[in-house]
Write a new protein. Structure first.
Length: 446
């Protein structure tokens, strides 16, 4: 797609445009918000135009299937918006867009005058600000670990852990490139630490989780206590706690970082501080937090607040797997399989106030029924293999996932999971935030 601006008008070249192209959809959405339809000309060949109409009809059908049923839908408007993907077509107020040309011109002049005073009309963007349901800018996405690993290792040859402070390759959602996020509210990346290296101690207000994917011999230290990092272990570095990482082993270790960086950035609440020492002194023996908080017991004077993160900062994969195998003797939930949520054992709430974490087991040849929720979710396959099928306005997308692969399901996108072998999944999302604000929803579809 190409845009040419000349004399206050925009020529839109749609000859290479596809409605399923997320980048084009974002550009069109922006154009519709800021350029009057009367000032836009469309250059589209017959083949492209027919393809657009066909793709748009498919998008509308997909939207209706996700919504369940919506009788009496109005016919599409035959103007610029008629050529947009369905998710963009509803972003403007219908009444304002369909005004006569003369009235529209008068309004545009009015908008220009009030714009100089720092004002803009709500009615032009009301549909986007208050949508009938979430229209997430997040795209379904899949990262194959086997394709990424060589690049992670190359980063280890190019820069040291000390130079980088944190040697991480960020997993950027393809629809949110340049924003350092995997969903609108969450960040994810693959961190590498080589034998003998130390990632120096620091702390920050952003909460972080670590999920060990590859290699053994590394450790994470949190406020003076080390824990050895083993495959599948879920480790937390709570907000504003000093932490460092090291590798005393003989092989590279890679883990997935998950942080609430975009959320904290949105709130302008980010603070950070480097430690005066490279590594923390050990003030408690390894396993102390697990012994104090991980056995349905807590210290006598421990009375955590509602938003206080867990003191139990490591959840060993061996224990998680044991729990999932235990409940797998029963009947799986039709939409979830066997799924558990991680909790702060002292409160029963999420281990982190901003990030919810989940463990899931799917029996061999089991397929879930369609399900959707308002929290965009990051999934990691730890064991097994299968297929994730995600419905979206751009059409149905399927990802074949294998061990260590990462994939994203955007907010309010119906999806199914089908396992080809006994499969263990880890996932995380911003669900605790949505629940605290009374916003979270889910829907089990037939």
């Amino acid at each position: 797609m190409a845009l040419i601006v000349q004399g206050g008008r925009v020529l839109m070249d749609l000859r290479s445009f596809g409605a399923s192209n997320a980048g084009c959809a974002v550009e069109l959405n922006h154009l519709v918000h800021h350029v009057p339809a009367r000032a836009v000309a469309i250059d589209a060949g017959g083949v492209t135009q027919r393809a657009l109409r066909r793709e748009r009809r498919a998008s509308v059908r997909d939207r209706r299937s996700l919504a369940g049923h919506r009788a009496g839908a109005a016919p599409a408007r035959r103007r610029l918006i008629d050529h947009l993907p369905a998710q963009c077509a509803m972003d403007r107020n219908d009444g304002a867009t369909l005004a006569p040309a003369a009235a529209r011109a008068e309004r545009e002049a009015f908008y220009a005058r009030i714009g100089r005073l720092g004002m803009t009309p709500l009615w032009e963007v009301l549909g986007a600000l208050v949508p009938q349901q979430p229209t997430s800018p997040v795209a379904p996405a899949h990262w194959r670990y086997d394709a990424l690993r060589e690049h992670v290792m190359e980063a280890g040859r190019l820069i040291t852990a000390e130079e980088a402070e944190r040697r991480v390759l960020i997993l950027e959602n393809p629809a949110l490139r340049g924003q350092s996020c995997i969903t609108q509210s969450l960040y994810a990346g693959l961190q590498l630490i080589l034998p003998g290296e130390v990632a120096p101690a620091h702390r920050h207000t952003q909460t972080a989780l670590r999920l060990v994917l590859d290699g053994e011999g590394a450790y994470t230290a949190v406020d003076g206590e080390r824990t050895t990092m083993r495959f599948g272990d879920f480790i937390i570095t709570p907000s504003w706690t000093f932490h460092d990482h090291g590798n005393d082993g003989s092989e590279p270790v890679v883990w997935l970082d998950g942080l609430d960086i975009p959320l904290v950035r949105f709130l302008d609440a980010g603070f950070a501080e480097k430690s005066t020492t490279k590594s923390q002194a050990d003030t408690r023996p390894e396993g102390d937090a697990l012994a104090r908080y991980g056995h349905n017991l807590v210290p006598m004077d421990h009375a955590p607040g509602v938003a206080e993160p867990t003191r139990l900062f490591v959840y060993p994969f061996a224990r998680t797997k044991e729990s999932l195998e235990g409940i797998a003797r029963g009947t799986p939930d039709a939409h979830l399989g066997f799924k558990l949520r991680y909790v702060n054992p002292a409160t029963g709430r999420s281990p982190m106030p901003t990030i919810g974490t989940f463990a899931q087991r799917l029996p061999k040849d089991f397929a879930t029924r369609p399900y959707r929720s308002s929290d965009s979710t990051v999934y990691v396959c730890l064991e097994g293999e299968g297929r994730a099928t995600i419905a979206s306005p751009a059409g149905e997308q399927s990802f074949d996932f294998a061990p260590r692969d990462v994939f994203v399901v955007p907010s309010w996108h119906a999806f199914t999971l089908a396992a080809r072998a006994e499969t263990q999944l880890f996932s995380f999302s911003d669900r605790p935030v949505q629940q605290a604000l009374g916003l979270w929803r889910d829907e089990r579809l037939a």
